[in-house]
Write a protein that binds this ligand. Structure first.
Ligand code: ATP
Length: 385
């Protein structure tokens, strides 16, 4: 049998090498001076997994804002949570004072007080996100919750039984990490996920988590897991639709025209984000478009124009292949004549002008006319009383 691959944590010299190779580490060290500072959370997890990332989460046992100022760059302080974000040369530093949290009621935002690093790790969501590496001392893995073992076995595990009661959005995060890393959710954690009550959380917070899930390459697996737990109700056929929309969004003519994350989110929830977006059954409208089979380009344009890109890509993924031609050709067809030409030819101001132009455009779309003179003739005929 093959011995398990050596983890960087087994070899202090290797761990030091890896930490030193993280872009930005040297700068934070210099800026921190004697302050005790630690890499925490996602950056430690991803270091162990050999995954690169462009942001650095740092916990300070002391004043995070002072550290942000010393780092330079653009610092935005968030008083309430004693955190600061600094962007420097394309790197993002998330600096936070070590803190403990308590929850006035389930789902509420936490009350925060300064704390030790160990208390800070104990408030985190999953063991794989609750590890730290000191930067002010010799690097070693601080892993009070067994995160390293869970990384090795591929498990998502909460730190305590009340985790999803305190913050139900963590159950949504569990599905996201499980999808991202193809990890299994530990059975105890899965039981808690199935019992999670999202009703204590605002729709905006739920949506923010679902949008993060929608940005994952394996979003479908995550949404299906949430569906199995009863935390989201995926519309019929949504799994295939998520994959189809994600694939379409990466290729012409849809790439660059629609936001892939919003499209996947819509495939999973049927809606756009935001209070107004949530009111509208976008998937229902997309199904209506997909159910129609326009026989002429002008019918296609009538169906598709004025609709948002997300609705259209959903309809395309549901089978409306003609929408590719709408995107590449038909939606750009315009007339050479304008309303001014009709007025100049004696058409009275009013609905007749619009009706004339609309008829000319229809005929042009359907390939029945092409010249300017023909456009004018058709428009004048249609505008005649
Ligand atoms: P990603 O790679 O998705 O950015 P991340 O681990 O950096 O993952 P963030 O959402 O940036 O995720 O959070 C940073 C860290 O803060 C997490 O690793 C986790 O330790 C902690 N954290 C974030 N959200 C929660 C939460 N709702 N409850 C507890 N801890 C959290």
């Amino acid at each position: 049998m093959q011995p398990p691959a050596a983890s960087p944590t087994d070899d202090p010299a290797r761990l030091r090498e890896l930490v030193d190779a993280i872009p930005g580490v040297e700068r934070v060290r210099d800026a921190a001076g004697a302050l005790p500072i630690y890499l925490v959370g996602g950056v430690v997890r991803d270091l162990m997994l050999g995954r690169e990332r462009s942001d650095l989460d740092v916990v300070v046992e002391g004043d995070a804002e002072a550290l942000a100022r010393r780092l330079g760059g653009e610092a935005i302080g968030y008083q309430r949570f004693a955190t600061a974000k600094v962007t420097l040369e394309g790197l993002e530093f998330d600096l936070a004072r070590a803190r403990a949290e308590s929850y006035a009621r389930p789902g509420a935002l936490p009350d925060v007080r300064s704390a030790t690093l160990h208390e800070d790790l104990a408030r985190r969501d999953f063991s794989i996100n609750a590890m730290a590496i000191p930067l002010h001392a010799e690097p070693n893995l601080i892993d009070p919750h067994g995160g390293r073992a869970d990384l090795d076995s591929g498990a998502i595990r909460v730190l305590h039984e009340r985790s999803f009661i305190e913050d139900p959005t963590r159950a949504l995060r569990a599905a996201r990490y499980s999808a991202r890393f193809s990890f299994t959710v530990d059975p105890g954690t899965e039981r808690l996920a199935r019992e999670t009550d999202l009703s204590t959380v605002s729709e905006d917070r739920i949506e923010a988590e679902l949008l993060k899930l929608a940005a994952e390459p394996r979003a479908r697996a995550g949404f299906e897991q949430l569906d199995a737990w009863g935390l989201v109700a995926l519309p019929q056929g949504s799994g295939e639709l998520i994959d189809a929309v994600a694939a379409l969004a990466q290729r012409a003519p849809w790439k660059g025209e629609v936001d892939a994350v919003l499209a996947v989110h819509a495939a999973a929830t049927g809606r756009a984000p935001g209070a107004a977006g949530r009111l509208r059954d976008m998937l229902g409208s997309a199904r209506e478009i997909a159910a129609a089979s326009p026989s002429r380009p002008s019918d296609a344009v009538e169906l598709a124009s004025g609709r948002g890109g997300i609705e259209l890509i959903l309809a395309r993924a549901l089978g409306a292949e003609w929408l590719d031609r709408f995107m590449t050709e038909w939606r750009d067809v315009g007339l050479e004549i304008t309303g001014e030409d009709l007025l100049a030819a004696g058409v009275p101001e009013g609905p007749a002008v619009g009706a004339g132009l609309a008829e000319a455009l229809r005929r042009k779309l359907d390939g029945e006319i092409s010249e300017r003179a023909e456009e004018l003739r058709v428009a004048l005929d249609a505008a005649a009383p």
